[in-house]
Design a protein around this ligand. Sequence first.
Ligand SMILES: *Cc1c(COP(=O)(O)O)cnc(C)c1O
Length: 451
Amino acid sequence: MTTKYLLPEDQIPRHWYNILADLKTPPAPVLHPGTKKPVGPQDLAPLFPMAIIEQEMSGKREVPIPDEVRNALALWRPSPLFRATRLEQAIGTRSHIYYKYEGVSPSGSHKPNTAVAQAYYNKKEGVRRLATETGAGQWGSSLAFAGQLFGLEVTVYMVRISYEQKPYRRSMMKTWGAEVFPSPTDKTNAGRSILAKDPRSNGSLGIAISEAVEDAATHDDTKYSLGSVLNHVCMHQTVIGLEAQQQMKLAGEYPDVVIACHGGGSNFSGIALPFARDKINGKQVRLLAAEPTSCPSLTKGKYTFDYGDTVGMTPIVKMHTLGHDFMPPGIHAGGLRYHGAAPLVSKLLDEGLIEAVAYGQRGCFEAAVTFARSEGVIPAPESSHAIKAAIEEARKADAEGRTRVILFNLSGHGHFDMAAYDQYLAGKLEDFEYPSEAVEKSMKNLPQVQL
Ligand SMILES: *Cc1c(COP(=O)(O)O)cnc(C)c1O
């Protein structure tokens, strides 16, 4: 039996798939944080190059991938699709489990798929420097790498607790030539306002976003770059699903269920949206997003208008949110810490086109270790949520006496997350259910929006 399905380089997709073209109803407007009125391209121009702004709002179904971007993608794409026969044996299932492996990229995750596209468009429009935030460092390192490929400087605001706890991702960013600051910093008004309240703040993704956005908005030669959540990011990631569709054809199967972990929604969108297109066109396929119980934006968040950051500087979008003042619990080891979800994913969930499930971290690490001991790859803690969901889907199928074809996205490897594995193996990880009352409380602080 074939272990991995490989595509030649000339089958790197030539177009991204834009699901905005196939939605039944138009997406909710994006609102200005000050006026609370719908934003136009000019409002976003201080933050993004025009090509990206157009993609964010485009209704075009297939957007051509520029040759320069395809050439950069060719450094690691097409990525392999594996049949997980050893995992199937380890858990004793009759279901067929496949995984698309995005850990083959230089930074070890799916994030460079959008980083190279964003760096290309910024360079083309004369931008000199990109400012961004990073949590555990995957996005910062991916953008540092992409900036280096296309000749851009990169400034990264890294959540302080991760800056201190994950020194090697910081080293990667510096190796790829980026400057990295622990956030909150005293370099921005946003950072200073947080430090005034709490000089020892651990930081959060929302705070770091505020800082990077302010940096871009206050420097003419600098733009902002985001690694997840936005429509154009979800679209850039569709190379994952488009390749996987070809590879599943080589395997002679079509998935009953497509699974990915969910933080901001980009790797889930990447693998799921091309299959969502099939589903809209009448195919039977389930699309399942797996998130942590400690940061459950899809399963416990409200579908409403909220800020993208903590301080309220970014546009207001309609999404599943835990509230922009959400602080992830300190015991949570598995990444996926953002308070909201991609507006696109949120809308698909609201329309019933996709499903979401939440798992505690211990079960996810258990699944990750089972995977590492059978398939070899040590998964990123984020990706372990997808593995857990895939194993649960296989078990349910077995209980029903059925054989299911399961495809999941292995969004990255965990080589820089071994401290989390150490904690798990030492029995020190606890599960945590983010309380609904905390969500209710945060809902009182939502921006007041009248439409
Ligand atoms: C960043 C990251 C995620 C979460 O981000 P999404 O936008 O939800 O995909 C998942 N897996 C890995 C390996 C990551 O680096």
